[in-house]
Structure formats: C-alpha cells, structure tokens
Design a protein. Structure first.
Length: 256
C-alpha cells in the first residue's frame, strides 16, 4: 500500500545518490561542494551537467574559472564531508585542506581536482542556464581518470566503497546528514535483453543502424528527400509517420 509523500521529502525518493564533489578555482583560491544533482547528459559531444544554487561559492568559482572537476570520493573519507557539504569556502578559507584532503592540478588543463578521489573528470564549461532555484552547469569532458579500483570499464566494489548520500533530517530537530555505503557486494550478471527479449532489442538497433547509414549520405537532414528515405526505413520495420520526427531528431543529435 503506497502513501503520499510530503512535499518536503519528495526529492529523497531518488536517494541514495553518489554525490559529485565539484571543485573549481584558481591557484589563489580553490573551493568545492557536494552536489547530489548531477548526470551525464550526452555522448556526442560528451557532456556532463551539475546543478548549483547561486548562493554557493562554488557557483561563483565555476562561473569565473570556466572549468571544473567532478570527483568521486570513497566512504573512508566520510568524516571530512561536513567541511565539504556543510560549510562554504566563502567563510572558511581553505576548507578542503582543513578537511584533510589535498588539491592537485591537471598539468594540461590547469583544472584542480582532489588527490584522494577514486576518480575525477575534467570539464570545460560550455553552457549555464537557470532551472528554478538552481542553474544547470554543462561541461564538456576533457578527460577522466580513475585509480586501480576501476578495471576493464567497471568498478571493483570490493575495493571502492562509494560515498552515498541518503538525505538529512529536518528542523526543528537537530539536523543530521546521513551517508551510507555497503560492506560486501551482492552481484548478479544478466544477459543484455535476456529472457527472450533479444529479438526486440535487435529490431530496435536494426532501425537505428539502418537510419544512421542513410543519414551518412546526406549533409542536410531537413530536406524532403531525406525525410522520404527515413520514412521508407521506418515502414520497413512496421513503423510510420508518427515516429518520423523523433527519429530525425535522434539522427541530428547523433552528429554531435
């Protein structure tokens, strides 16, 4: 039996999350914050986004520097998080060092990152736009680095214990943040589109791959001839004009 969630707890439905430790600044002043709201946005080009409120000092640092890093922190540094998540560099100068963490600088891009991070991603700020009470900062990925816990494209979760944020208590009670991780891993590997679903998955990718081959022959993806070619492919797979605009938009975006 489900019950209605009060509005003040609505965002917690999506938790726990692995927060991004966003770091930016110059040699004179570096700061950072934990951001629960972040995500990859695109493959082509490779873009990531993070939401930051204007009051945050990190908002200013990223805006002024035009570049930043996203860092993933192991749970073993959980006791440092009040410095990173609860107080501002605006008022506690050098808070990252006071947290027992160390800033290093990428030699090629000059972007600061956290030496103790399990992984960090270097980003060039390409867009910023408001969404409600936060701004979405969009960064183009310049490079990504991970330690030995990242092997063959997957994390070894017997080595890396992700720092995850579950939420915080509400006033008037004493406010407490709750961080969690796991000790030991339940792991199950499932075949992609298993359980008799393979033929449906193959059909999906067959449509996309054939449309991409068609698009390679066209510089302009707006013309009537191109649209007719796309529609021919769709009809071949039992699709029709209702899907035409969506697939054309997919092909446009695939060009990066």
């Amino acid at each position: 039996m489900h019950r209605r969630v009060p509005q003040q707890f609505f965002d917690r439905i999506a938790y726990p999350v692995i927060p991004a430790f966003v770091v930016a600044g110059s040699r004179e002043r570096v700061g950072g914050m934990l951001a629960a709201w972040w995500s990859q946005l695109s493959f082509k080009p490779l873009l990531m986004g993070v939401l930051i409120a204007p009051e945050r000092f990190t908002y200013r640092l990223v805006s002024e520097a035009g570049k930043f890093s996203i860092n993933l922190i192991d749970f073993k540094y959980v006791d440092s998080m009040p410095y990173i998540g609860d107080v501002s560099e605006r008022f506690l100068v050098g808070k990252i060092g006071k947290a027992g963490l160390h800033v290093e600088w990428d030699g090629e891009t000059g972007i600061p990152y956290i030496a103790e991070s399990r992984a960090y991603i270097l980003l060039d700020l390409v867009d910023r736009r408001p969404y409600g009470d936060h701004d979405l900062f969009v960064g183009r990925v310049l490079g990504a680095y991970a330690d030995e816990a990242f092997r063959d494209g997957l994390w070894d979760l017997n080595v890396y214990r992700p720092l995850m944020y579950l939420g915080r208590s509400k006033r008037p009670a004493k406010v407490r943040r709750v961080y969690v991780t796991f000790d030991g891993v339940l792991r199950r590997e499932l075949d992609f589109a298993g359980g008799g679903l393979e033929r449906y998955s193959r059909r999906r990718y067959a449509v996309l791959n054939e449309l991409r081959r068609v698009a390679k022959d066209f510089q302009d993806l707006e013309g009537d001839v191109f649209r007719e070619k796309v529609l021919e492919v769709l009809k071949k797979y039992g699709l029709g004009e209702d899907d035409l605009e969506y697939y054309i938009e997919e092909l446009r975006r695939g060009r990066g």
